[in-house]
Write a protein that binds this ligand. Structure first.
Ligand code: NAP
Length: 240
């Protein structure tokens, strides 16, 4: 059976990825930075008959990423799902993203957002490349955002989050080239839609089940011809 590793698996889209991959019969390595607080995830794991394993992994803490990779040494990971992300403190939906307004930018937030959203996926990929390389499917997928598509920018603001997702897109494009050559790994980037999670808020367009079902269809359909490209959850392609 295939194995997926999901970062940020304790709530939002990450938790829904765990639910849907479990329902499809996959083995899941569900990563959360504070497993002791991940009660919904723990309940899913307990009911999974051992198919969902919860691992402590904070993408901003590189020692924690390396420790998780060592604990899983020798394990094949078919899909490395780089889902964990943040808009920064005080910038959840409904707050008006106050720390990202011109003239009121919070640069500590800026550092956190880039560490989690850009360096995080890079570090997790470095740490787990051998696990993915020994799998059958060999896929590495980052959950990005349409707001990181420079060609699609129509409104201002969201400086740190938008900048972080544009940087993530560039990182994933580079990784697609390098890891295809070095390990035959398919790397791609997916926008999940505007989704009703803590991040997306209640007025977003989609519920997590619809978004995640679409993203999983996109991942299932990935092959070398679709690597190094930016996909929307509905299977259409986005410009960089
Ligand atoms: N919702 C949307 O409309 C939307 C649209 C486009 C893209 N996205 C992207 O989709 C992904 C999931 O978003 P979401 O809507 O599910 O957001 P969410 O509900 O806010 O959940 C974010 C997840 O990321 C985790 N996380 C944050 N910092 C972390 C760290 N340092 N290490 C490990 N995990 C960390 C959180 O864990 P804690 O509980 O420990 O904080 C949580 O599990 C993100 O990359 C986001 O940028 C979302």
């Amino acid at each position: 059976m295939a194995t997926v590793l999901v970062t940020g698996a304790n709530r939002g889209l990450g938790l829904e990825f765990v639910r849907q991959y479990a329902a499809a019969g996959w083995d899941i390595i569900a990563c959360a930075r504070r497993p002791e607080a991940a009660t919904e995830l723990a309940a899913l794991a307990q009911a999974s008959g051992g198919r969902i394993a919860v691992e402590a992994l904070d993408v901003a803490d590189h020692a924690s990423v390396d420790a998780a990779a060592r604990r899983l040494d020798g394990r094949a990971i078919d899909v490395l799902l780089l889902n964990a992300g943040t808009m920064g403190g005080g910038s959840r939906a409904g707050t008006g993203y106050p720390t990202s307004r011109f003239g009121a930018v919070n640069y500590e937030d800026w550092d956190t957002i880039f560490r989690v959203n850009v360096a995080g996926p890079m570090k997790v990929t470095e740490a787990f490349v051998a696990h993915v390389a020994r799998s059958a499917q060999k896929k590495c997928v980052a959950i990005s955002s349409i707001v990181g598509s420079i060609a699609s920018i129509r409104s201002g603001g969201l400086y740190a989050y938008r900048g972080s997702k544009a940087a993530l897109n560039a990182v994933m494009k580079s990784l697609a080239i390098d890891l295809a050559r070095s390990h035959g790994i398919v790397v791609a980037t997916v926008h999940p839609g505007f989704v009703r999670t803590d991040m997306g808020g209640p007025r977003a367009d989609l519920d997590p089940p619809e978004s995640v079902a679409g993203v999983i269809r996109v991942i299932d359909g990935l092959d070398a011809s679709k690597a190094g490209r930016f996909w929307r959850y509905d299977g259409s392609e986005l410009p960089w």
